[in-house]
Design a binder for this molecule. Structure first.
Ligand code: ADE
Length: 224
């Protein structure tokens, strides 16, 4: 899978995508992540990429030309399954979308900033608009990093224990059951007996029941 990130702040991705599972996914060659600084596509000698909104109003708007040049260059090199724009008014990101996008060959993610981007970018190039929740971030970079983390861990081979991504919370619309490790008794707080019983079928039943009860208590909306 190849992910192209179009951003004004490529350095913002340094931490989240260069550690742990994300780092291994890239090192194993399962995922390629390429960063493109939109400013490099500005025709302006000050590398400006924003301008005042027509009709007036607060805030600056990202101009279409640098973004169009960058997107057209990339599209000329390969086909993309989706060209995604991160924006608070997009479709809400969830595990279903993460699953779907993890099956892609190539995706582009355009990170928004300022008041937004010229509407014509959205009309002409964007195939999917995604929000990570009902709150406003200063830019789309953190939203893109969150989405990439959720997508990449689902790419086959990224998580070594094949079943572990499949048993995540949300994967079957249920929250995960509680987990425990040693010691079996911490100051009188004991691990449930069934987990120490060695009885696989009973353990599985207990986990399913716990997952259901947790979901009913904490996220009843998932059961509807
Ligand atoms: N950009 C600003 N806020 C955002 C959000 N909640 N989701 C995606 N992109 C954003």
């Amino acid at each position: 899978m190849r992910i192209d990130i179009l951003t004004l702040f490529p350095e913002m991705f340094d931490g989240p995508l260069s550690e742990s599972i994300m780092k291994r996914a890239v090192e194993k060659g399962l995922v390629e992540i390429h960063f493109h600084d939109i400013r490099d596509y500005s025709e302006d000698k000050h590398r400006r990429v924003d301008d005042y909104p027509f009709g007036g109003g607060a805030g600056m708007v990202m101009r279409i030309e640098p973004i169009a040049r960058l997107i057209e260059e990339l599209k000329g090199q390969r086909d993309y399954d989706e060209i995604i724009y991160t924006t608070p008014d997009g479709e809400t990101f969830d595990q279903r979308l993460a699953n779907k996008l993890s099956l892609s060959g190539n995706i582009m993610i355009l990170c928004g900033h300022y008041k937004g981007i010229d509407q014509r970018v959205r009309d002409l190039y964007i195939t999917m608009e995604i929000s990570i929740g009902d709150f406003v971030l200063t830019g789309g970079e953190l939203a893109a990093a969150v989405m990439i983390d959720a997508i990449v861990r689902l790419v086959p081979g990224v998580i070594s224990d094949e079943t572990s991504a499949l048993t995540d919370s949300f994967q079957d619309n249920l929250l995960s059951p509680p987990v425990y490790t040693r010691p079996a008794d911490f100051r009188g707080h004991k691990v449930p007996d069934v987990l120490l019983s060695g009885h696989e079928k009973k353990i599985e039943e207990w986990r399913e029941q716990q997952a259901y009860e947790r979901t009913k208590k904490l996220r009843p909306d998932l059961l509807e």
